[in-house]
Design a protein around this ligand. Structure first.
Ligand SMILES: Cc1cc2nc3c(=O)[nH]c(=O)nc-3n(C[C@H](O)[C@H](O)[C@H](O)COP(=O)(O)OP(=O)(O)OC[C@H]3O[C@@H](n4cnc5c(N)ncnc54)[C@H](O)[C@@H]3O)c2cc1C
Length: 488
């Protein structure tokens, strides 16, 4: 089973607790005069109002009750808001001179506490660096703080769209997606972010007395991709774009999850029907979507898709052939006139959010499907888990193959029950990529990305970027980049 997620963090080990990480802080917080730092950062705008700094110290870690307990008291000390590369470089130089922990922050929509400052320090919010620099045939070049919805909006009149984007596009930055994300809406056709050709070029600044901008072309961009801002401050990104199509948001309902999932797989692997999204959801999850009341049949398992206008008739036939009923097909104009959200707000991790809006005891997990074509095995795993787990699958393409992964809703009671659920998945051959841990390593790879860490040594020799998020960095920080790389 190919790993859809890049590196999913592993559990905290007994000898590496949050407390020990906090204790390893380089500069005692009390020794830092934050008012003086704010003055040195000028002319860069800063926020020092404690309530606002606290707000910008959070991301969506609270999806996990485990992370919520561990991270809810971790706050930064000061927020800097650079508007240009030169201002960002100035912030990094000040951080270097004063040994300040630094966390880069885009929209703060990451799920694992990626953007939470474990050791306090300076938060650098990049949303002011948001220019769209160039649109060409099959690519867009942007500043890292650009919101993805703005990039898609700018591309549309030119006949292009992003090859993939998360459902958080309205508030999430492209820098945060590259540094923290993996895939999204569009990945069913265009693969994961890390696949060849999706990231064309990255530029990033080092943390130094005079920060230098490094350029990473093609495959080399993977040195920074999904490194959680640990090994450089991304300034500029060139991404692959794809021709836009007249996308129609579709929902079909089914009597069983087995049939719903099988229809999802058939759509995902169809040679003739275009698609940019294909998700399947247990009927009990769909009950948590009040805005869809009257638009979808109640108490039915739900398939959510984006299909081009010219393929809607074929989509209807396919759903019908799998025992489904097409409840909704709307162009974007129709969706807006019905005052409905995008269909992708009922997919990926937005599904979890819709449930959490109603009940904070819900959580989720990230699980691979060993054979995406085997609907019976998927349904059997659902039946094996208890009533406290409701299935939700996303289909995507990895190295040309259709893959599925599961983001189930789990009604959280305690960690022991969560781990029992994980064990049931693993025993059935479904790998778990733990969503309840804040280390960059572990989970998916279950080992370190030494190429990331070698670049950290080059770009951030003092280890100031996002400190505490790498379990392995403290063990290699005194080695040369070449010696770190040799461990790969
Ligand atoms: C409802 C919901 C749905 C989601 N759907 C998806 C999805 O479909 N696919 C997916 O992959 N993820 C998804 N996510 C996770 C998240 O939204 C995406 O990863 C998003 O793109 C993060 O962007 P951001 O600007 O909010 O980043 P942030 O949360 O601000 O940052 C994420 C990480 O990137 C680092 N970072 C930010 N900017 C820079 C920079 N300029 N240079 C270096 N490092 C930087 C931060 O330090 C942090 O470690 C979802 C999350 C939620 C809550």
């Amino acid at each position: 089973m190919p790993n859809f997620w890049l590196n999913f963090p592993d559990l905290i080990t007994a000898n590496h607790t949050l407390e020990s990480i906090l204790m390893s802080q380089t500069t005692p917080e009390s020794a830092i005069d934050w008012a003086a730092i704010a003055a040195k950062l000028a002319p860069v705008a800063v926020i020092d109002e404690p309530v606002l700094v606290k707000k910008r110290s959070r991301d969506f870690f609270w999806y996990s009750p485990i992370l919520n307990e561990q991270l809810k008291r971790c706050f930064g000390d000061l927020v800097a808001q650079p508007k240009s590369r030169a201002e960002l470089a100035h912030c990094l130089a000040i951080a270097y001179a004063h040994d300040l922990p630094v966390v880069l922050r885009g929209g703060g929509t990451g799920n694992y506490g990626q953007a939470v400052p474990l050791q306090g320090g300076l938060i650098i919010e990049t949303t002011g660096m948001n220019r769209i620099l160039e649109i060409g045939d099959g690519f867009v070049r942007v500043e890292a703080g650009a919101l993805m919805a703005d990039i898609n909006k700018a591309l549309l009149p030119h006949g292009w769209e992003m090859a993939m984007f998360p459902s958080t596009q309205d508030i999430a930055t492209i820098g945060g997606f590259i540094a923290g994300g993996s895939a999204g809406i569009g990945s069913i056709s265009n693969g994961a972010l890390r696949e060849k050709g999706n990231i064309i070029q990255l530029k990033a600044l080092s943390v130094d007395s005079t920060p230098k901008e490094h350029t990473f072309d093609a495959e080399d961009a993977l040195q920074l991709h999904h490194a959680w801002g640990l090994n450089g401050a991304i300034t500029e990104i060139t991404l692959r774009t794809v021709p836009t199509r007249d996308w129609v948001g579709c929902m079909a309902s089914f009597d069983t999850y087995h049939a719903c999932y099988a229809a999802g797989y058939a759509l995902a692997s169809s040679d003739s029907i275009g698609r940019k999204l294909c998700s399947t959801l247990d009927a009990r999850i769909a009950d948590y979507f009040p805005r869809l009341k009257g638009h979808i049949r109640p108490d039915k398992d739900l398939l959510v898709a984006l299909v081009p206008q010219e393929d809607v008739a074929a989509f209807r036939t396919l759903m019908h052939d799998h025992g489904g009923h097409v409840d909704l097909c709307m162009t974007d104009a129709q969706r807006r006139s019905n005052n409905l959200p995008h269909v992708f707000e009922f997919a990926y991790n937005h599904t979890t959010l819709q449930v959490l809006k109603a009940d904070r005891t819900a959580t989720y997990q990230q699980v691979g499907v060993p054979d995406a074509s085997d609907a019976a095995r998927v349904a059997a795993m659902g039946a094996l888990q208890g009533d406290d787990l409701w299935q939700h699958h996303e289909f995507a393409r990895l190295n040309g193959q259709v893959v599925a992964f599961e983001l189930p809703i789990i009604w959280f009671t305690n960690s022991a029950r969560l781990r029992e659920i994980d064990a049931t998945y693993e025993a059935g051959g479904f790998p778990v990529y733990d969503a309840h841990c804040y280390f960059v390593e572990g989970g998916g790879l279950k080992s370190a990305d030494y190429r990331h860490l070698a670049w950290k040594k080059r770009m951030d020799p003092k280890g100031l970027l996002n400190p505490g998020k790498s379990r392995v960095w403290p063990k290699v920080q005194n080695l040369s980049p070449e010696d770190i790389e040799a461990k790969a």
